[in-house]
Design a protein around this ligand. Structure first.
Ligand SMILES: C[S@@+](CC[C@H](N)C(=O)[O-])C[C@H]1O[C@@H](n2cnc3c(N)ncnc32)[C@H](O)[C@@H]1O
Length: 257
């Protein structure tokens, strides 16, 4: 039995990937080209928005100048209102809608209002950045676990950081630029080697991508000196070391065998 509101349109929560339009799924590309109403985040690349149908209405829920986004309940209400008016809505989000994208809340709001909702996955920033920087998040010889965590202030306080980084583990921090120093301090206080490699990947998969490396003890300085800006990811773990160093280490191990 369907609980859908009569004559309701549908909401698609669509992942736009980390930036490069070539990293859209075929389903996302098709939906973007066919849509008449697209509600999008600030992180969605302009080249992806340019794929929209000429008759499509594009609604940004990011106030770019102030860098503040529309409050989440207003976004939820907008999606529900448009769908209940009979319109299909493409809710286009950076990366994957269900990885730090608040897609869960939007899907809940739609379901509660009887609006049918479908989710189209996207390549999350961690996967896009890892591929673009050639940095494997897991590696048979050095990383058998990977954790995605938010560095936002609320996440910083609520999160138990114990054991998240260290031997055999990769830690990927989203939205962690402002709290980088506090995170590095917490991890080192918890026993992480200050020498553990860190890579900071800014604008992953975009033409202006930068990959910066340091030991974790130097993370805050790395971010500050290079004036790293959002969007950026912080990857902590052996896999974040320079590929050259990793190759030399593997070679040395071979020789020592
Ligand atoms: C609100 S979260 C959205 C994450 C998104 N849903 C995903 O799956 O990638 C935004 C954060 O994702 C990361 N991010 C998104 N796109 C990125 C990119 N192209 N390069 C580096 N980090 C990115 C940054 O940490 C940014 O602050």
């Amino acid at each position: 039995m369907s609980n859908s509101a009569p004559n309701s349109g549908k909401v698609w929560l669509v992942g736009a990937g980390p930036g490069d339009p070539d990293l859209l799924t075929l389903r996302a590309a098709r939906l973007i080209m066919q849509a008449r109403l697209i509600v999008h985040d600030g992180l969605v690349d302009p080249a992806i928005l340019a794929m929209a149908h000429p008759a499509a209405k594009l609604v940004s829920v990011a106030k770019r100048r102030s860098r503040h986004t529309m409050p989440q309940d207003e976004i939820n209400a907008l999606l529900v209102r448009e769908a209940l008016a009979g319109r299909d809505v493409i809710r286009l989000k950076g990366g994957d809608p269900f990885i730090f994208g608040r897609g869960g809340e939007e899907a809940e709001a739609c379901r509660a209002a009887g609006v049918p909702v479908e989710v189209v996955p996207g390549i999350s920033a961690a996967m896009g950045a890892a591929a673009a920087a050639q940095l494997p998040l897991t590696h048979r010889s050095s990383a058998s676990a990977v954790t995605f965590v938010t560095g936002q202030c609320k996440g910083l306080a609520d999160q138990d950081w114990t054991g998240l980084a260290g031997k055999g583990r990769t830690l990927v921090i989203y939205m962690g630029l402002a709290t980088a120093e506090a995170i590095a301090d917490k991890l080192i206080a918890d026993g992480l080697s200050p020498e553990m490699p860190v890579a900071v990947i800014e604008n992953a998969t975009r033409p202006d991508m930068r990959v910066l490396r340091a030991p974790v003890a130097g993370l805050a300085t790395l971010v500050e000196v290079n004036r790293v800006k959002s969007p950026a990811l912080i990857v902590i773990g052996a896999v974040a070391g320079s590929p050259q160093t990793a190759e030399l280490r593997a070679l040395a191990l071979e020789v020592l065998k």
